[in-house]
Design a protein around this ligand. Sequence first.
Ligand code: ARG
Length: 400
Amino acid sequence: MGRAKKVVLAYSGGVDTSVCIPYLKHEWGVEEVITLAADLGQGDELELVREKALKSGASESLVADVKDSFVQDYAFRAIQANTLYENRYPLGTALARPLIAKILVETAQKYGADAIAHGCTGKGNDQVRFDVSCAALNPHLMILAPAREWGMSREKTIAYGEQFGIPAPVKKSSPYSIDKNLLGRSIEAGVLEDPAAEPPEEIYEMTKAIANTPDEPEYIEIGFHQGIPTTLNGIDKKPVELIEQLNQLAGNHGIGRIDMIENRLVGIKSREIYESPAMLVLIQAHRDLESLTLTADVTHYKRGIEETYSQIVYNGLWYSPLKVALDAFIQKTQERVSGIVRLKFFKGNANVVGRWSNNSLYSTDLATYGAEDQFDHKAAEGFIYVWGLPTRIWSQQTRG
Ligand code: ARG
């Protein structure tokens, strides 16, 4: 691999990505570092982040507001696929990575850079997601990951940065590693590294403790059009606004906390706490509407696809041909998934309590136990005889 001269670095404003700037220039001979910070709704002061990159030695510092695309092209696809990694994690961090990779590659192409860089270490999933996504989008770009190679402890990293005017963190830095965006927060490290230790209340920001949630339930209605959430309590919402408001509404009732031991792609088990109120509620509501509007065989078959799709997202294969092929399947299934789902929020629980759709496959005439029943009960007998025939024959053979 040749030496990179001009590099586009994924930048967050934290110590590690800041130290990447002088490190790339002084240790790896990079001539120009262009930083790129993505606004994914993490709520950081991105103008300060932009200036910090310049102070740390970047030749150009860019901020890209990609919130709309994040929700429409990533989060909403995940909702249509009901993606929950290991049945629980709604993939807030994982979904952001392919989008960041996309803008890194676009920026590298625009500025004529020969490499992209990120500040991931060698232990996590994010390095895989960045590297594989960038390679998929432009296999000619080099990918540099200084923090994967420098082998500096936190103290050494801070000391290295100070030589180049990168200030040490002002506050006594938090013991937690936190990744956050519109879709939620991922929290690890500190006391959480002990899987037996209860997460301290201080780690949560988006969700209230049950002791502080309202004593009255709240009903909310989510409207979907072809598997995409479009309304909240009957009012049309733009995608970002819908996620923000639902985070607020559900978080206020303590909904959206997950405490799990998860299996990383690199083979490590890690303990992660998530807060993801809107995503969890939307997936729950969406799945419910599917059960009203999809046939039994499509619903059942899709469950397997969803499991694979979750693994694809988690394992950094967003731009893989398998993902694209599964998208075609999922999009086809969503054509009739339109309607309204009513949920009740109370004391940490979101329960679906009603659903409506013009495409409903539910037939009261068939389901009822009342006099209007249209189901042909006698037809059941012949059906059961044929359905059970292989089992009956097997039994006759083996039991004699
Ligand atoms: N475990 C999650 C994932 O792989 C989140 C990773 C980032 N977490 C963090 N606390 N910094 O998607």
